[in-house]
Design a binder for this molecule. Structure first.
Ligand code: ATP
Ligand code: MG
Length: 500
């Protein structure tokens, strides 16, 4: 399952909101429940207090059959409390002694409640066709129920209005609580996540192959700086460690870069060693030519026609030597870091011209097949080094085959092709090929199968790094015993129409 990208800020905010909501709701429910229960208890208490007062006051008039006084007591009580819906007194035979009703007491009401086991009893009544919806009715015994009972009804509606009012302020409290919680959640999330966000943004800027010291300064929002002056927390430790890590990484990276550069140079020098023998020969031939010309001129200095002919030959020979030494010098130069637009044919031809004599001596045929009009951006010196290493490796692979079969004719095909937007430079040989088990180690530094003093094992490692710096790919295909094909794949760069 693909993970959804949810920023830390929202994770924090969402969690806090859920927690605030759940705990807020539970708290408010418990609060509302206890308010409701205490309201109910309060009403019950009011019922008991009112009816006990009536029972006490009514006892003597009942005993003396003083109906007028009983009515006065009931009227007085009802006037004193607006929530009293009715009061009536009954004797032990459930006969009405006094009542606040103008007409008779409804029969249903009379039967709705009664004293139970000499104890008062409270019922909530819903009486149809009566002016109030809900009545809290108490049946209270007078003198332990020996004389009769008081029935008193309190209007629940007014009480319910009071509860509704209380509920309203509770709801207001909930909303206030949630709003404060939400605000708190956002502020808290912001405070926690914004420094982390800055660190993560900085971390994203870190490219592991090119550390930039500019990103070592991490800017925190003002509040963070304000607080961190007094209080240091885990984030400060994280930042300082992160900074330390970058500095170390930076140091290590530049050391690695230096090592790599020295590898490139070492490998280049090793290649020059391989080339020197051939180049010596290439210079030796024109030198003997020049020497011959000089001898001939010295013999017949008066023959200007002949002298001019030999001078032409001497010029050709010096051009040839100049060409060879210039290539060698170009190649041995320490690498340029600046990338320019280059024609890949030049890279291939220059590399071939440096190795041509060695190939010729080994009787290896070099074939070329180039697609024309292509340009790439890079360092020609570095790329020549890669191609030269491919060709030297091919010559070595063919030489190895020649040991077993001296009649075998080696062949190297050098091709330049365009594939989509990429340019492929390939060196293919029919040498010994690469065994499957060693193929994974080929680009490792110091991996070589050649005898001591012949190969350093840096060729392909250096080539790999050079191609990587050119944002390209390097790979090979091989069939053991039948040869190998090495490819570098680079992006075509037309350089916005610049002609080279
Ligand atoms: N064309 C090839 N055919 C067969 N084996 C190859 C070929 N190219 C490379 N190899 C193998 O890969 C190994 C590593 O090559 P690499 O160029 O890195 O080092 P090297 O040629 O041994 O030494 P150096 O290039 O430093 O002189 C070689 O020793 C060889 O075994
Ligand atoms: Mg090599």
């Amino acid at each position: 399952m693909r993970a959804i990208n949810l920023p830390l800020f929202w994770k924090f905010a969402f969690t806090i909101i859920v927690v605030v909501f759940i705990f807020g709701t539970i708290n408010v429910y418990i609060l509302w429940k206890s308010v409701y229960q205490s309201f109910e208890k309060e009403i019950d208490k009011r019922c008991v207090v009112l009816s006990s007062i009536i029972s006490e006051k009514a006892l003597t008039p009942i005993v003396y059959d003083d109906v007028v006084s009983l009515y006065n007591i009931l009227d007085e009580m009802q006037r004193s409390d607006k929530s009293i819906a009715y009061i009536f007194l009954t004797d032990n035979n459930n006969q009405i002694l006094a009542k606040t009703f103008d007409s008779g007491v409804p029969a249903s009401l009379l039967k709705a409640n009664a004293v139970q086991a000499h104890q008062y009893n409270i019922e909530v009544l819903n009486i149809e066709h009566y002016q109030y919806n809900t009545i809290r009715d108490i049946a209270y015994p007078i003198l332990n129920g020996d004389v009769g009972s008081v029935r008193l009804g309190l209007v629940e509606d007014t009480i319910r209005i009071e509860i509704r009012e209380a509920t309203k302020s509770l709801i207001f409290m909930i909303l206030l609580f949630l709003a404060t919680g939400l605000l708190g959640a956002f502020i808290f999330s912001y405070l926690i996540t914004s420094p982390i966000k800055i660190i993560s943004q900085q971390a994203q800027l870190v490219k592991l192959d090119s550390i930039n010291t500019g990103i070592l300064e991490i800017e925190f929002p003002r509040y963070k700086r304000l607080f961190s002056f007094y209080f240091h927390d885990e984030l400060d430790i994280l930042v300082s460690k992160f900074r330390e890590m970058l500095i170390r990484l930076n140091q290590n990276y530049s050391e690695l870069q230096k090592t790599r550069d020295s590898f490139v140079q070492a490998e280049k020098m090793a290649a020059i060693g391989t080339l020197v023998a051939g180049i010596g020969h290439e210079i030796n031939n024109p030198i003997s030519g020049i020497k011959n010309c000089a001898i001939r001129i010295a013999k017949k200095p008066e023959n200007t026609e002949q002298t001019l002919k030999y001078i032409g030959l001497i010029q050709d020979a010096t051009d040839k030597m100049e060409n060879v030494t210039r290539h060698l010098l170009d190649f041995s130069r320490t690498q340029e870091t600046e990338f320019v637009l280059i024609n890949p044919i030049e890279i291939l031809d220059n590399s071939i011209s440096l190795i041509a004599f060695k190939a010729q001596k080994a009787r290896v045929v070099i074939n070329r097949e180039y697609d024309k009009g292509l340009t790439i951006k890079g360092s020609s010196n570095q790329l020549e080094q890669v191609i030269l290493n491919f060709i030297i490796n091919s010559l070595d692979a063919i030489a190895e085959k020649n040991i077993k079969d001296p009649e075998f004719r080696g062949e190297i095909n050098i091709t330049l092709r365009k594939r989509n937007t990429n340019i492929l430079l390939q060196v293919e040989d029919n040498g010994v090929g690469i065994p499957e088990k060693t193929s994974r180690k080929l680009f490792d530094p110091f991996y070589t199968t050649k005898e001591a003093g012949k190969g350093t094992g840096l060729g392909l490692y250096v080539s790999f790094n050079i191609v990587k710096e050119h944002n390209g790919k390097i790979y090979f295909e091989s069939k053991e015993g039948h040869g190998a094909k090495f490819t570098i794949e680079l992006n075509e760069d037309k350089g916005n129409g610049v002609k080279i």
